[in-house]
Design a binder for this molecule. Structure first.
Ligand code: COD
Length: 298
């Protein structure tokens, strides 16, 4: 497992891949900065879809080099998103990236039944964190797409993430299914789902990973805490993937890691025709760049 998100860049450069990236609603300074960095590194060809006048004025002010990039003029954000999604759907672009547009607008377009990017699978959000106090990168899902996943949704979310971690070279990722406590409590649905997911994994109904749960957050990420509670688990303290009970817990953890723990993050949507770069307004330019790298590897 990588220890740093910057290692993703080495992997891409080794693979010598160049992908076409469609930035939807391109008049966004942070996104343009990240896209410019990826363009100048020779790993993407950008298609900037948005208000061209505004986009070019941001580029000029910041001194970015977008020589040779494609600009498409569209001032309506929903039409921008539609054009970008259709480009990916027709195979004219490889990666979709969210610019200055609300997340639900982009996700609804991606889910559009006629021209969206669904392939019959559940789509889910996947975030890969570099936290100074943890011994390896740690993935967190789903903090931004599925609001209140049921058991079947959680299976699909695990499968999406495990498939992706496999691509990153983690062959049997350790998955901690989080609850408020590490005991099964019939009043806490998250703990019931966690116990079922663990048993399904033991019986090979969910493959290519080791699942344990319920685990409280401290047991999932700290050997000490797990030992203190006498929890015998190969996942506890060595988790590769944290499965969140719902979007509220997930989103709060995501922002807590960034703001309080100063963690670095890369995020994508998985399960669609190709990975989608979906970062939030609070993400830094560096995080947006790492998210592009993560999407290119998908
Ligand atoms: N994967 C595949 N298909 C899906 C998914 C999914 N994750 N979610 C819905 N669908 C399909 C449904 O089966 C249905 O066929 C169609 O899409 C519409 O379903 P609805 O009516 O439930 O979906 P929408 O369009 O109302 O909402 C989908 C969103 C993804 C927009 C919604 O779930 C949402 O708002 N999620 C949270 C986004 C958000 O605010 N994130 C911010 C965090 S920073």
């Amino acid at each position: 497992m990588f220890k740093k998100l910057s290692e993703l860049e080495l992997l891409i450069k080794k693979n010598k891949v160049v992908k076409v990236l469609a930035l939807a609603v391109s008049q966004d300074a942070d996104s343009l900065s990240a896209v410019c960095k990826a363009y100048n590194a020779g790993i993407i060809k950008p298609v900037l879809i948005g208000d061209v006048e505004l986009t070019k004025s941001i580029i000029k002010k910041a001194g970015y080099n977008f020589e040779g990039a494609t600009f498409i003029d569209e001032s309506d954000p929903e039409l921008c998103v539609e054009r970008a999604v259709k480009m990916v759907s027709r195979g004219e672009a490889d990666v979709l990236m969210k610019g200055k547009v609300a997340t639900p607008v982009l996700l609804k377009a991606v889910l559009n039944k006629e021209w969206g990017l669904r392939e019959g699978k559940l789509l889910s959000h996947f975030a890969l964190f570099e936290v100074e106090t943890y011994h390896k990168l740690i993935a967190v899902t789903d903090v931004a797409m599925n609001i209140g996943p049921n058991l079947n949704d959680k299976i699909a979310i695990i499968n999406n993430s495990v498939g992706y971690l496999n691509k990153l070279g983690i062959h049997k990722p350790k998955v901690a299914v989080l609850g408020a406590i590490e005991m099964v409590n019939e009043s806490m649905q998250a703990t019931l789902d966690a116990a079922l997911l663990s048993k399904m994994n033991q019986r090979d109904q969910i493959k290519n990973c080791i699942i344990d749960g319920p685990l409280a957050f401290d047991n999932a990420i700290s050997f000490e805490s797990a030992r203190h509670k006498n929890i015998k688990s190969s996942v506890a303290g060595d988790t590769d993937l944290l499965l969140m009970p719902d979007i509220e817990v997930g989103n709060v953890l995501y922002k807590t890691l960034i703001f309080f723990a100063k963690a670095k993050v890369a995020s994508v949507i998985l399960g669609a025709k190709s990975p989608i770069v979906l970062t939030s307004r609070s993400d830094s330019e560096e995080s947006k760049y790492h998210s592009i790298l993560l999407a290119i590897l998908g």
